[in-house]
Design a protein around this ligand. Structure first.
Ligand code: MN
Length: 255
């Protein structure tokens, strides 16, 4: 069993180490991760500069590769024949911070799992829903368990799993929920400030308005201290709206 792991928090992030340690019991684990934090880089890949890999000693004494690219670059490199060919499984994480609802489209963690799917490898993204995680233990344990289940059951070719673990001690976790993506919006998203030279600048801030009370959603599950597992697919088409949109009878040239 060969497992490729990455993250978007960087090669020395504690969540990656915890994931690696947990998966080592399953087989060979290859860690290729960005050489710096790349959170919220989405599915970006590097097309305009050389990609480099540096062998690094991880804080736990293990070996990994730091990459000057994005999480998706790391997966594309990791599955290449140059690095020994496709693994049996891709796991991205353990991210420090939630990847819930509409935020998934920003996530480097989730995008790495998307890249895994594109490369034809069963893939999992996993996060703990706090930016100040004190213990990745429960999430690491769940990552190993779910990885074994994915190997056992397989996943449809286009599907990957997005996991969010509440940041509470193991005994406070209220089970596992299979969820759908919730709705997540922000208020007061952009703040305007003035720099010391008197010029305006802008900063992403804002309040997340988590729409709770969405039964069955990832957001709702984590709010109830349950581990959320969402099956996602790369096809973003709203198949239920195809007929509706066809009824518009859009035409060219415009009538
Ligand atoms: Mn991150």
């Amino acid at each position: 069993m060969k497992i490729l792991i990455t993250n978007d928090d960087g090669i020395v992030a504690p969540g990656l180490l915890a994931l690696r340690a947990a998966l080592l019991e399953m087989g060979e684990v290859i860690a290729i991760a960005p050489d710096r934090p790349r959170s919220a880089c989405g599915h970006a890949v590097t097309l305009h500069k050389p990609l480099r890999l540096s062998r690094v000693e991880l804080p736990d004494g293990g070996e990994g590769f730091a990459c000057n690219g994005t999480p998706s670059d790391c997966i594309a490199l990791g599955v290449s024949e140059d690095l020994g060919g496709p693994p049996d499984l891709v796991v991205s994480g353990i991210n420090g911070g939630p990847n819930l609802g509409w935020d998934l489209t920003y996530s480097g963690t989730v995008a790495a799992a998307m890249e895994g799917v594109i490369c034809g490898v069963p893939s999992i993204a996993i996060s703990v829903t706090s930016h100040a995680v004190s213990d990745f233990g429960p999430a690491a344990r769940f990552a190993r368990y779910l990885s074994e289940e994915v190997v056992r059951h397989g996943l449809p070719q286009e599907v990957f799993l997005n996991v969010n673990v509440p940041p509470v001690p193991a005994e406070e976790i209220q089970g596992v929920a299979i969820t759908h993506q919730g709705r997540l919006i922000y208020e007061n998203r952009i703040e305007r400030r003035t720099d010391p030279r008197g010029r305006d600048y802008f900063w992403f801030t804002g309040d997340r308005v988590e729409h709770r009370g969405q039964p069955g959603s990832d957001i709702e599950a984590v709010a109830r201290n349950r581990i959320s597992v969402t099956p996602l697919r790369l096809d973003l088409t709203d198949h239920t709206r195809l007929a509706h949109l066809r009824a518009w009878e859009l035409e060219w040239p415009p009538g």
